[in-house]
Design a protein around this ligand. Structure first.
Ligand code: ZN
Length: 429
């Protein structure tokens, strides 16, 4: 049932009253340089923040066997984080509403060259209404919003009348195994909301993602013998060309895929990292290329993996050097299907009302071509999963920043969403 207008106003002003503290908490989170494998301290900080609010706490490690046995589990390599997953649980006095998962990830992508940043990436600063810092937008602002939308209700003596799980996960930027681990731990709810930086829009459809490493090797030679193209780095470039052809073929399939039929280039192959060779005057005998490619919802990671292997093997047979030195393909990260948020769910309707109240605009939806943890809740819990969050710039790039006016609007919408979805009850005196 839509909220009473007076209550809506009280909730939105409670969000405004807490917003300075919310910014300060977001800045605390950004100060932790929580790149992959370095998320332990920030997870401890989140644990303390949830515990101080009186939530029942759970903290657990990755169950590598359970992840390996799950169809959405990504390979666990040496680079995989061993930081824990943290969950704070709100239990109401009387369970009368609908339960909810509020999720966010604390891992951030590497900052890259410091010279590309106007300010040090892990020293958050507010400039002209934007909070700058690596991981601020993606997605520590969202993590803070998960806590502060509940705090706003508490500030006016209210709390959700249903169980709410506040999940803080890792590995979102490499495997998605953190969200999967929360699922494997057994947490279930009737809807999930993940405030990723989504330009105040709702994700309607999301691609899956695969990571793979291409390894090209061959007999080392002296420079005077290299005329035949027997150079692992040159050969790796030729294989990348074949993979670009696969990318083009996948994009030509867009019209066959619902929600992607008008997207110009939904499937991106990113050649993200390359290393090889030993010396400027030695012909390189090895090259490794780390890649990421997207797949349409409904496509299975295993099918895409076979397709990539076939492209590489077929191309290698046409190339003298590669035919003699067949390249290897290893899948070393994301092994994730895409998902679609089917229109018409009650959760979406509630968010639509909350968004309209908090922003004055109708809620729009769009297609996202990047990995999202939302796939775990959408595919395996089979619940409405709302990926929706603030306006940002520079995520996965330089001078990452989140717009603070937008963040306040989103936090207001989240508080209204929780109030209507979960219902409210008075906090026990
Ligand atoms: Zn993110």
């Amino acid at each position: 049932m839509p909220l009473d207008p007076a209550l809506r106003e009280r909730i939105l002003s409670a969000v405004a009253d807490g917003f300075a503290d919310q910014i300060a908490f977001t800045q605390e989170l950004v100060r932790f340089p929580s790149t992959r494998g370095q998320e332990h301290a920030v997870q401890d900080h989140v644990f303390r923040a949830l515990k101080a609010r009186g939530y029942a706490m759970d903290r657990f490690a990755m169950d590598r066997e359970a992840i390996a046995a799950h169809p959405g589990g990504a390979p666990v390599t040496d680079e995989h984080s061993d930081a824990p997953i943290v969950v704070g649980i709100h239990r109401p006095r009387t369970e009368t509403g609908r339960s909810l998962i509020l999720q966010a990830h604390v891992d951030v992508v590497p900052a890259g060259p410091a010279a590309m940043w106007t300010r040090p990436p892990f020293e958050p600063a507010v400039v002209d209404g934007w909070l700058h810092g690596r991981g601020g937008a993606d997605m520590k602002a969202g993590l803070a919003a998960n806590l502060f939308c509940l705090d706003a209700l508490r500030r006016i003596g209210l709390q959700p009348a249903a169980t709410v799980y506040v999940q803080s996960v890792v590995e979102e930027e490499a495997t998605g195994n953190g969200a999967l681990m929360a699922h494997l731990r057994g947490y279930r709810a009737e809807a999930a909301l993940i405030p990723e930086p989504m330009e105040e829009q709702l994700v309607r459809a999301n691609t899956g993602v695969l990571w793979f490493r291409l390894s090209v090797g061959g007999t080392p030679a002296h420079l005077r013998e290299m005329g035949a193209g027997a150079n692992a780095i040159d050969a790796a470039y030729r294989v990348i060309g074949a993979l670009r052809d696969l990318e083009a073929a996948l994009n030509r399939e867009a019209p066959q895929h619902r929600h992607f039929d008008d997207a110009a280039h939904p499937i991106n192959l990113n050649v993200g990292r390359i290393e090889g060779g030993d010396w400027p005057s030695s012909v390189p005998c090895w090259c490794r290329v780390d890649c990421r490619i997207a797949l349409y919802p409904g496509m299975k990671p295993a099918d895409m993996a076979r397709r990539i292997e076939a492209v590489v093997a077929d191309f290698a047979r046409t190339d003298p050097f590669l035919a003699a030195n067949p390249p290897e393909v290893a899948f070393n990260g994301f092994w994730a299907e895409g998902y679609v948020l089917e229109p018409g769910s009650e959760a979406e309707a509630v968010l639509g009302r909350a968004h309209a109240e908090a922003t004055g605009e109708a809620l729009r939806s769009f297609m996202s071509p990047c990995y999202l943890d939302a796939r775990v809740y959408a595919l395996y819990d089979r619940i409405p999963t709302l990926c929706y969050g603030p306006i940002s710039q520079g995520i996965h790039a330089f001078d990452e920043r989140v717009n603070l006016a937008s963040l306040q609007r989103i936090t207001g919408a989240m508080a209204l969403f929780v109030a209507e979805w979960c219902g409210l009850e008075e906090i026990a005196p």
